[in-house]
Design a protein around this ligand. Structure first.
Ligand SMILES: Nc1ncnc2c1ncn2[C@@H]1O[C@H](COP(=O)(O)OP(=O)(O)OP(=O)(O)O)[C@@H](O)[C@H]1O
Ligand SMILES: [Mg+2]
Length: 455
């Protein structure tokens, strides 16, 4: 079953476990050294290129966590094996500490051999990718750009590189960043480069769905499971079987559901509401959040265990104001994109405008920048976007939840009215075409018409 094989070092004080696990791993094609002797284990780690270190939490001479701490502290990151810890239920906190130190994952006893093989396979995949990293770094050029990620800052390059590396794995990815920084875009890019790219990415917005419905949305339900459940419905996890699930705004998930999600991630099986049968699912999980999950953990509103389950490969996208060198590239990109969409020829933005855009703080990040440019493209009278075409402030207010100042609001209204007037003009009064030029629905256009015609 295992696609990869590697050298595993298994350390446990129980002869029986060493034997059984050793046999199972060898049958799966791995090379295994199994020992209860710490000194021997250290010798193997020193002399051979061990891919995976599988450690029991209890050992005769020293505890597993101490061994792991010592190993990670004394071995340079590029030379390390992936560390897996085996633990009993009562000592999960040890395992969490191991993950904080840099272990790859943990297995809670009792576990199935299949689960072990699966985790070993994932760890080997990551290990192999790490070895290939240098090669990948030199190979990477513009490939990711085809998925629409624009930017040349060190931060964006790093994210593209990491995204590309994890695309080849099934590891859980946690994407963090303020609103509008491109979390979904990065999630889609990862899926699009993964082996599962032919299947759709399944997205669930954990904040938009009421808690009571979210559980059935995620895990499904059978007929009669609750009032109104008139038919059996598959959950998003089942739909994502063999593909990727994007759990958006994971920080907003209610505590009870967090526990259920944790169990699904640990056991890789779901139990639809009202059903007593579980269903195995093979799903790559990408979680996204604009909240600081660590802080939520500290505040006690986000489960620590779940955090570490999700925090396997963290990707943090910095706010746009911390990578202003990306702004000119993004400006070009969006101006061309929207000019093309509305069928206009626009060469670019006036120098003063670029200065303005590079200085703005962009609380709504890239989304805000795109909105501003989309309007500007429609408003521009000539082939260059000038200052009066640009209005800053509205998405900023939306992002921070504050009301815009009166002056800004007046500005926005002026822009809306102007945009509409010009769109109608170039569409010679045909509303359908005007709506298209503005990139909004006909219904939205009617709304604006009603809003502005009587004043
Ligand atoms: N680096 C980028 N290059 C090109 N387009 C980008 C980039 N970053 C974001 N965008 C665009 O900005 C918009 C917002 O991005 P996205 O929806 O991925 O943000 P998000 O982080 O998921 O936001 P939210 O937290 O509000 O859900 C999208 O239209 C996306 O295509
Ligand atoms: Mg999003």
């Amino acid at each position: 079953m295992s696609a990869r094989s590697g050298l595993l070092l298994l350390i446990d004080d129980e002869e029986k476990i060493l034997k059984t696990l050793g046999r199972a791993l060898r049958e799966a094609g791995h090379d295994v050294v199994a020992t209860a002797d710490i000194v021997q284990a250290r010798g193997v780690l020193r002399d051979r290129a061990v891919d995976i270190l599988l450690v029991d939490h209890l050992m005769p001479e020293m505890s597993g966590i101490d061994f792991i701490r010592d190993y990670l502290a004394t071995t340079p990151a590029e030379e390390r094996a992936q560390v897996l810890m085996m633990t009993a239920h009562a000592t999960v906190s040890n395992a969490i500490e191991a993950m904080k130190l840099g272990a790859f994952d943990y297995l809670q006893k009792p576990f199935e051999i299949d689960e072990l093989l699966l985790i070993v396979d994932r760890a080997l995949e990551l290990q192999r990718l790490r070895t290939d990293r240098r090669y990948l770094l030199s190979e990477r050029d513009e490939r990711f750009d085809s998925y629409g990620i624009v930017g040349d800052s060190a931060a964006i390059r790093k994210i593209m590189r990491e995204a590309e590396i994890v695309a080849g794995t099934k590891s859980t990815v946690l994407i963090m960043g303020e609103t509008g920084t491109g979390k979904e875009l990065v999630a889609r890019a990862i899926h699009a480069r993964s082996a599962q790219r032919d299947r759709p990415l399944i997205k669930v917005n954990c904040a938009a769905i009421p808690e009571t419905l979210l559980e059935s949305e995620l895990f499904g339900h059978v007929r009669g499971a609750f009032t109104g459940a008139s038919s059996t419905k598959k959950g998003k996890f089942s739909l994502a079987n063999g593909s990727t699930i994007l759990l958006d705004e994971i920080g907003m998930m209610a505590p009870l559901l967090q526990s259920k999600l944790l169990r699904v991630l640990q056991e890789r099986e779901v139990e639809p509401l009202g059903s007593h049968r579980t269903e195995r699912v093979d799903v790559r999980v990408i979680a996204a959040t604009n909240r600081d999950l660590r802080q939520l953990v500290d505040q006690g509103v986000f489960q620590e265990d779940l955090f570490y389950r999700l925090h396997v490969i963290p990707l943090a996208i910095p706010p746009l104001r911390d990578r202003r060198e990306d702004i000119p590239l993004l400006v070009d990109h969006f101006v061309q994109k929207h000019a093309q969409r509305v069928g206009r020829r626009i060469e670019g933005v006036h120098e003063g405008v670029l200065r303005l855009l590079t200085q703005w703080d962009w609380p709504g990040n890239v989304r805000e920048l795109e909105n501003v440019l989309e309007r500007a493209v429609v408003l521009a009278e000539g082939a260059t976007i000038r200052e009066p075409d640009v209005s800053l402030g509205r998405p900023a207010a939306a992002a921070t939840g504050q009301l815009p100042s009166l002056k800004l609001r007046a500005n926005v209204e002026w822009v809306e009215r102007e945009t509409m007037r010009r769109a109608l003009e170039s569409a010679r009064g045909v509303k359908k075409d005007a709506a298209e030029i503005m990139g909004i629905s006909q219904r939205a256009l009617s709304y604006y018409l009603a809003k502005y015609t009587d004043d």
